[in-house]
Design a protein around this ligand. Structure first.
Ligand code: SAM
Ligand code: SF4
Length: 347
């Protein structure tokens, strides 16, 4: 089966990545994200999820990222991974075009058993999120009551999750295990160096994400954003860095430590938007497709989910008329605009 050319949108951006959310719920309540307490009606079935993935792969997606909410809370995760792995082995199935299947998780439920099961079910990569090392800040960033005690417990759980992933074979030196951190100026920016130190010690790439104006519940304000250059400056002052650049279609601008202790990535959606080569399609747990992280509304794929040809037509139409470039057009002076919530979209 020869690989078909990916579909391009009105700005000539190919479809390359499908981010599929498995749930809008979460076992944490990070105030910058504000997940839903209840699941939306009409979660996609396994068959429908497979249909979405297969059609996305046929239209150009080469990477699949499973997310949420917290995807480890979803009972659909392992059966879905197993079904995707089977389809990837079948060279007559468009899912064979998928080059990687990744997961983003807060790591709380990542036990040794779960990490082994994920690996065995065909997961290639895990990104784990952690926003602080110090207990009080960790609790505040995760929306946990119980102050330092609760925060220390969370940091231990996440560190255990990282260890479990490594033990299950997710190798950070091959980019299979990474750490995500959202930095909010005045809230957890004092944790930046501690997190960088942890990641350096453990050989993990730290991905520093600018606080984004996704959703309407987090009361986002521009002055809470610590820009990617400011983050890089702070780390560079402690451990000098060399630029590696941002790969085409990548989200992160990467830097390597001059002393050889690995690399970091900064995701500068606010200060240096990368809409120009954004190749990501997001589909929520209830089948709403979003062609931009900052959109207010998605397109309901459910009416088209009864058959693959219908779905292909709907997804093709959606991508071909895509012209979103919200981050490049953002005008903080224009006041608030409506956005779908991050935990619903999946990041
Ligand atoms: N629960 C999982 C987790 O936390 O990794 C997966 C879903 S979460 C929505 C995916 C990523 O989005 C996380 O790394 C999280 O830190 C990030 N995120 C959530 N809200 C954000 C915001 N307002 N700005 C920047 N990143 C955000
Ligand atoms: Fe949950 Fe992830 Fe949102 Fe935090 S960022 S509330 S862990 S979905």
């Amino acid at each position: 089966m020869s690989t078909p050319l990916p579909l391009v949108d009105r700005l000539n951006r190919p479809l390359g990545v499908l981010r599929l959310s498995l749930t809008a719920r979460c076992n944490l309540a990070c105030p910058y994200c504000c997940p839903d307490v209840e699941e939306p009606q009409g979660l996609l079935t396994l068959e429908q999820q497979m249909r979405v993935i297969r059609v996305a792969a046929r239209l150009g997606a080469r990477k699949l990222r499973l997310t949420g909410g917290e995807p480890l809370m979803s009972r659909r995760l392992l059966p879905l991974l197993e079904a995707v792995a089977r389809a990837r082995r079948d060279c007559s199935d468009p899912m064979a075009y998928l080059q990687s299947v990744a997961l983003t998780s807060n790591g709380v439920l990542l036990s040794e058993e779960m990490a082994r099961a994920l690996r065995a079910a065909g997961l290639d990569r895990i990104t784990i999120s952690l926003d602080a090392i110090e207990g009080n800040t960790a609790a505040r960033m995760a929306g946990l009551r119980g102050g330092a005690v609760a925060g220390d417990r969370l940091v231990r759980q996440v560190q255990n999750g990282i260890a479990a992933a490594r033990a299950a074979g997710f190798d950070p030196s091959r980019g299979e295990l990474k750490l995500n951190t959202v930095i909010q100026r005045g809230n957890n920016d004092d944790q930046l160096l501690l997190l960088a130190e942890l990641a350096r010690q453990q050989g993990l790439e730290l991905r520093l994400i600018e606080y984004m104006d996704v959703g309407n519940r987090n009361q986002w304000m521009l002055d809470q954003v610590l820009t990617a250059s400011q983050m890089v400056e702070r780390i560079h002052a402690c451990w000098p860095l060399e630029p590696l650049g941002r790969p085409r279609y990548g989200t992160a601008r990467r830097w390597s430590y001059c002393d050889g202790a690995g690399s970091i990535g900064v995701i500068a959606s606010i200060s240096e938007p990368f809409c120009g080569d954004c190749n990501r399609l997001r589909v929520t747990a209830d089948g709403q497709a979003f062609t931009c992280l900052f959109s207010a509304d998605g397109t309901d794929l459910k009416p088209a989910l009864s058959s693959e040809p219908y779905l292909e037509q709907a997804m093709r139409y959606l991508w071909q008329r895509r012209r979103d470039r919200y981050s490049e057009e953002r005008d903080p002076a224009a006041g608030e605009s409506a956005h779908a919530e991050m935990a619903y979209l999946g990041g």
